[in-house]
Design a protein around this ligand. Structure first.
Ligand SMILES: Cc1ncc(COP(=O)(O)O)c(C=O)c1O
Length: 382
């Protein structure tokens, strides 16, 4: 009988909630993906490149013209001049970047620190490499790092720390001061970073994203991953990238070469065209999503949910203590979907061990105005 290498992993809550939403006809504010169209010029570029015969393997590290667009963006936004050839790798999704970086770093017996709540791919990636995750909870309600707890979690076996800003599921942002504090904590230690920045362009209320790419000391030991899927409203294209110093990129690429070898060619061409021709897309994104957040939150203000507006990402947390304190969050998400026609994600699934009294669900507001208005109406009626 085959012994599972991931005995604790089943069908993810994202798949289950999306299925339940489809079965019940609920508005799906659970899984994080837009229900609106991708930019027409991007779709037209994909069609153009399919028709032009760009349908064979791309270079293993990604199309040079797309890597150059990424490098130019990084120079413009974060002031770092990365080498497109040696430091930027295009991958089939940020998830693969995370997986390959973990395989490059973790050996049997190593420890990786994750800050709970965290994205669900981190821990299985570490376990498949023979490592173990050490879970450090973020401090509620701000989801900020407890530096004392983090320092206490570091051991001689710690090889990796994951950070994620803007943060899924809370929307919290790390500041430049947080990055400085992290740098001081791991200085003189053989610890690397995976900085998950897939929501790098989704920051609101005038805040700036503090990227590890703008931090010399941290970047020297980091893999920074991002996702074209999130930035260009094409999550189904599963195209992302990892940026890391040359020696780290060499090791990531050795693994990527045998996991997937390369990303999808015509989509890489389309993204390169669109980035070159529509630089305004990323500068307009914060206002675009802030308007959606505010539309949703203005609705939610008339409900019995309590919340603080998300500073980043396209997720909004809501506390339902005043509505059904008797339900845990998994039961609440199901009840909301079945009884009130709005699907959400329970926050406890992002934890190894969530606080027992936590009563939070996550809504995705990457939705059309009419979806958000209809969801708001239903949530206000509860
Ligand atoms: C925090 C975080 N990291 C990584 C990913 C994966 O990105 P991709 O779809 O490019 O693999 C997601 C997608 O939901 C995410 O929320």
């Amino acid at each position: 009988m085959l012994q599972s290498k991931l005995p604790n992993v089943g069908t993810t809550i994202f798949t289950r909630m999306s299925q339940l939403a489809a079965q019940t006809g609920a508005l799906n504010l659970s899984q994080g993906f837009p229900d609106f169209a991708s930019p027409p010029a991007l779709l037209a570029a994909a069609v153009k490149h399919l028709g032009a015969g760009h349908n064979q393997y791309a270079p293993m590290t990604g199309l040079p013209r797309l890597r150059e667009q990424v490098a130019a963006k990084i120079a413009g936004l974060y002031g770092r001049s990365v080498c497109a050839e040696a430091e930027v790798t295009i991958l089939p999704g940020a998830t693969e970047g995370i997986f390959c970086a973990v395989q490059a770093l973790i050996r049997p017996g190593d420890e990786a620190i994750v800050l709970d709540p965290c994205y669900d791919s981190y821990e299985p990636s570490v376990e498949l490499a023979g490592g173990r995750c050490v879970h450090v909870p973020l401090t509620l309600p701000s989801f900020s790092i407890d530096w004392q707890l983090l320092a206490e979690a570091i051991t001689p076996r710690t090889r990796l720390i994951f950070i994620n800003s803007p943060h899924n599921p809370s929307g919290a942002l790390l500041s430049r001061a947080d990055l400085d504090q992290l740098a001081a904590l791991i200085r003189d230690r053989d610890i690397y970073l995976i900085s998950d920045e897939v929501y790098e362009h989704l920051v609101f209320d005038g805040a700036q994203h503090a990227s590890v790419l703008a931090h010399d000391e941290l970047y020297a030991r980091a893999f920074v991953v991002s996702s074209f899927g999130k930035t260009y409203h094409v999550t189904g294209w599963k195209t992302g990238y990892a940026v890391a110093p040359p020696l780290l990129s060499v090791e990531l690429r050795k693994i990527h070469q045998y996991v997937n070898f390369c990303g999808v060619t015509p989509l890489q061409h389309a993204l390169a065209d669109f980035m070159a021709e529509h630089p305004e897309h990323i500068t307009e994104l914060p206002a675009f999503y802030q308007a959606k957040r505010d539309l949703f939150c203005d609705q939610l203000a008339g409900s019995r949910f309590s919340f603080t507006r998300a500073p980043g990402t396209y997720f909004q947390l809501a506390d339902y203590s005043a509505i059904r304190p008797d339900l845990d969050d998994v039961a609440m998400a199901e009840w909301l979907t079945r009884e009130h026609g709005v699907a959400a994600i329970p926050v406890s699934v992002f934890y190894q061990k969530a606080p027992a009294d936590m009563r939070l669900v996550r809504f995705c507001f990457a939705k059309r105005e009419e979806t958000l208005l209809a969801a708001g109406e239903r949530l206000c009626a509860i």
